[in-house]
Design a binder for this molecule. Structure first.
Ligand code: 9Z3
Length: 353
């Protein structure tokens, strides 16, 4: 009925209108309503996910830390840009007292490296990371034991061998500078339940920065999960034979983030694929579907060497110059430029108390 009223109204406005115009208008109208109902589905899916998720154990402490961080970075005449970097893979527990879980591919190296370049560019960074994944300023630590970097002298004083001294000195200096200037807040997660609740807390806490805030969503987030109430309480027993398990779809919180949690923020998400033939097409779809400002598309086979930065108007390939250089150096350079353009175009101001 609404369709007919709409077409009739358009007809009244212009009697010269061709049949093609009508079809375009109808299609547009249908697309808008499909998008609206999809957003509604995302919103209600997210609502029931949060209602049934086990509450964060330290939610109150995280909120306090975020409050302090926001206050510290919004003082002064010109508040700095603030970015939430997500990093590492989320797990999906199969049992409430978890012995087994499904994991997502991500070492956290991209997020850790990117955090360093964002801090260098003057951003305050909230680093939401998987426990045990790579950390900014000590990206070499998880693989090479910390003990390889230190030795004892004759008086049992701890020393760093000459071969590593310069690297360790630089890491200590830069890390303490970032923390000392209040530019780095680290928040760990393990499960998909923790990740999405922390992301919501961060988003609503930095919403007051308006267009000066950015989300850089490099974490590998589970697409499927077992809802808490239907999850086995105790360890699943193998004596009962093969395991049949139904996984629910994780709600698409990207559109909720864009529309509700932090509507003025500049949002960058990542698209990881293994098939090169569908990569940019999937990135384009994510850009439209979730209203992202940028989608960084990468292939599992060469994600350390090359990414494609996809926006509404451009597709820019970023390659690392040499094996000694991080690809993230160029990537963050490009993204901070796009963020500045966005700030200049958008009129919203920071409004943190
Ligand atoms: C990425 O694509 C990251 O670039 C990597 C980084 C996970 C490949 P590492 O941490 O790797 O340096 O080892 N992140 C997003 C992955 C993802 O799950 N994206 C979802 C998708 O592609 C959207 S949220 O559908």
């Amino acid at each position: 009925f609404l369709f007919l009223v709409f077409v009739f109204f358009v007809d009244l406005l212009s009697d010269k209108r061709e049949i093609g115009d009508k079809v375009v208008i109808l299609l547009q109208f249908k697309m808008d309503s499909t998008e609206a109902s999809m957003n509604e589905m995302d919103r209600s899916g997210a609502k029931s996910f949060f209602q049934t998720a086990p509450p964060l154990k330290n939610g109150h402490l995280i909120s306090e830390k975020l409050k302090d961080f926001v206050r510290r970075n919004s003082e002064g005449v010109a508040p700095r840009g603030i970015v939430c970097v997500t990093s590492g893979g989320t797990t999906v527990p199969l049992e409430q007292r978890c012995v087994r879980y499904i994991d997502n591919f991500s070492s956290g190296h991209r997020g850790a490296a990117s955090t360093e370049y964002f801090v260098k560019a003057g951003y305050a960074v909230i680093f939401v990371h998987r426990r045990g994944s790579y950390q900014p300023y000590c990206r070499y630590l998880p693989e090479d034991s910390f003990l390889d970097f230190v030795q004892l002298d004759e008086e049992s004083n701890i020393q760093v061998p000459d071969a590593h001294a310069a690297t360790v000195r630089k890491a200590i200096r830069e890390y303490h500078k970032a923390v000392g200037e209040g530019l780095l807040l680290k928040l760990p997660f393990t499960t998909i339940f923790e990740y999405l609740q922390i992301l919501q807390l961060v988003a609503t806490s930095i919403n007051c920065f308006g267009c000066n805030s950015m989300f850089y969503l490099a974490a590998a987030v589970s697409d499927f999960y077992v809802p808490w109430e239907s999850m086995a309480k105790h360890k699943i027993q193998s004596a009962s034979g093969p395991l049949d398990m139904r996984l629910n779809q994780v709600p698409k919180t990207l559109s909720v983030l864009r529309k509700e949690w932090a509507p003025a923020a500049f949002c960058v998400s990542f698209k990881l694929e293994t098939d090169p033939d569908i990569l940019t097409q999937k990135a384009d779809a994510a850009l439209k579907k979730y209203g992202m400002h940028v989608v960084v598309a990468n292939l599992l086979a060469n994600y350390k060497e090359e990414v494609v930065v996809v926006t509404q108007n451009e597709k820019t390939t970023v390659r690392r110059n040499s094996t000694d250089e991080d690809l993230e150096k160029q990537l963050i350079g490009l993204l901070t430029e796009r963020h500045s353009d966005y700030i200049n175009q958008s009129g919203t101001q920071s409004n943190c108390q």
